[in-house]
Write a protein that binds this ligand. Structure first.
Ligand code: KG4
Ligand code: ZN
Length: 351
């Protein structure tokens, strides 16, 4: 990653405004954030209705939609924040990981703004954004463990200190949100079906018990593809017997298996690394069952838990500003040859 380092921290000059852009997948979002934590605006334009008819995100369509909306969303973000472009002190943008065509739209917009306004550009890691969304709602205490659960990622991240990321566990196949969406499709829900499976699981009277994928005893990694196959096999088995599958019992079985494993591993990590705080983040952090279970396990373990409100859990630009602030305060800026990176290491992005 190309970065230029400046010796003087920009934070010494008082109030500052970061403008952040997020276009890594199917949300076009622009935010204006004061002093890294105070969200003045966070405009999100979702493309879900467009992608729904295809059962998932179509990358080429996502890029075109970002091009159509980026300028409008930028104007709206400035209007809502009641600021002018000239008031902006730095421009942050999701550099990766994500869909290359989608990322490019945001990166080009951010570079143009930074150049025209003559302010620093800060290339930002999408997952650092999900994690630091928590900094918009509370103080982060280190060491902390972040449980990242989204449509594209499932990771347990150790933060020994501010801005230092160490991935101690990751999925070996599907991300948890991806597994939710695939199971939802089998249960005949439209994309993205995660919230529908969550609702059905909450309402279910019965549960079909499904396997738990713990992997090796000391591993913090995850695997969800076997669980997804178990749901599909149960549906096939019922149909072969001429019965209609019990979708709600299956949704509950799936959800319980996911929750047992992700919360079990996150709590074990918190204990092993002496975490003073647990941070839940990513789109699946909106899951009610997951929030409730993690809250009670954290309480039992004496580890305070932060969970952002739903709007800050799913993709949004305010979280990108919150992560970019780590670099802004250290004067670590990107150069104007910044590239969109579909694969980008979180650990290397550390401050
Ligand atoms: O973080 P996000 O907005 O996008 C990525 O960066 O991937 O996460 C979107 C994912 C989708 O897979 C969606 O189905 C899932 O989050 N999701 C949920 C819930 N709400 C959103 N999954 C389970 N339960 C929910 N309540
Ligand atoms: Zn995301």
């Amino acid at each position: 990653m190309s970065e230029t380092f400046q010796a003087v921290s920009a934070s010494s000059e008082g109030d500052y405004l970061l403008l952040a852009i997020e276009t890594s997948c199917d949300e076009t979002s622009v935010a204006v954030v004061r002093n890294g934590r105070e969200v003045l605006s966070n405009i999100i334009s979702s493309q879900i209705e467009t992608h729904k008819q295809f059962g998932g995100v179509v990358p080429e369509i996502a890029s075109r939609k970002h091009v159509e909306s980026i300028t409008l969303i930028l104007e709206e973000a400035l209007r809502e924040a009641k600021v002018e472009l000239e008031d902006i002190d730095a421009v942050a943008v999701t550099q990766g990981p994500g869909l290359i065509g989608a990322l490019l739209v945001g990166v080009i917009a951010a570079k143009s703004l930074a150049l025209a306004l003559d302010v620093p550009l800060i290339g930002t890691h999408h997952i650092a954004g999900h994690i630091y969304a928590n900094h918009l709602i509370g103080d982060i205490v280190y060491p902390s463990i972040a449980l990242v659960v989204s449509g594209g990622h499932t990771e347990i991240v150790l933060l020994e200190e501010e801005g230092k990321f160490r991935i101690i566990g990751r999925t070996r196949d599907d991300a948890v949100g991806e597994a939710y969406d695939k199971v939802a499709r089998a249960l005949q829900f439209p994309y993205p079906g995660g919230p529908c499976v969550d609702r059905l699981a909450q309402e279910a009277a019965e549960e079909i018990v499904l396997p738990r994928s713990w992997l090796e005893q000391d591993s913090y990694d995850f695997s969800f593809s076997g669980l997804k196959s178990a749901v599909l096999s149960e549906i096939n088995r019922s149909r072969m017997k001429g019965e209609s599958p019990d979708f709600s019992a299956l949704a509950r079985g799936f959800q319980q298996s996911v929750i047992d494993v992700v919360t079990g591993k996150a709590i074990r990590a918190a204990k092993e690394f002496g975490a003073k705080q647990m941070l839940l983040c990513g789109g699946v952090a909106a899951n009610r069952g997951l929030r409730e279970r993690l809250s009670s396990l954290c309480e039992e373990a004496g580890v305070p838990l932060l969970i952002p409100p739903n709007k800050l859990c799913t993709d949004n630009a305010a979280m990108i500003a919150a992560a970019a602030d780590l670099k802004w305060r250290r004067g670590q800026y990107s150069s104007l040859d910044l590239k969109a990176e579909p694969i980008l290491s979180l650990e290397e992005w550390s401050v």
